[in-house]
Design a protein around this ligand. Structure first.
Ligand code: FES
Ligand code: FES
Length: 157
């Protein structure tokens, strides 16, 4: 059984028909959003993080039909910011295989919006990133990159 849904994907209204049991992860990849990665598929790794109405959700466990009427954002829709944040990750040696990077960046860019007036502390960043796993690193390069990114962004405001 398929259901018609309409949602906004990266600023563009899209209407599609989706099977009742399809997850958003699958739907977004089929619609060309290859930044959305598949990892555990059990809400445990953060690789599939996208935004629903500006808040991070794990697309591997959100049914596609739930996107109906909502705004969905993937890293494809945040390219200028992603490029800047990606530069910080590269500078700190945090890019490595890169498989976790889109989910990590979606989480950090959401965090940025939750701290409009100050840079979050390192402890706050570590807490916020608890759900984003990386098989390559000990996370130190990610944390250094995030701290530097938030500090620099706040200084130029
Ligand atoms: S693939 Fe969704 S949390 Fe791991
Ligand atoms: S850099 Fe390889 S999984 Fe994180």
């Amino acid at each position: 059984m398929e259901y018609p849904i309409t949602f906004t994907l990266n600023g563009v209204k899209r209407s599609v028909s989706v099977p009742a049991d399809r997850y958003l992860l699958e739907q977004l990849r089929e619609m060309g959003c290859k930044s959305v990665k598949r990892g555990c598929e059990t809400s445990g790794c953060g690789l599939c993080t996208v935004w629903m109405d500006g808040k991070p959700v794990l697309s591997c466990t959100v049914l596609a039909v739930r996107a109906d009427g909502h705004q969905i954002t993937t890293l494809e829709g945040l390219q200028p910011e992603a490029k800047i944040l990606g530069g910080y990750l590269a500078d700190e040696g945090g890019e490595q295989c890169g498989y976790c990077a889109p989910g990590l960046m979606m989480t950090l860019l959401a965090m940025e919006r939750e701290y409009p007036d100050r840079a979050p502390t390192e402890a706050e960043i570590r807490h916020y990133l608890e759900g984003n796993l990386c098989r390559c690193s000990g996370y130190e390069s990610h944390i250094r990159a995030a701290v530097a990114y938030f500090q620099d962004k706040r200084e130029v405001k």
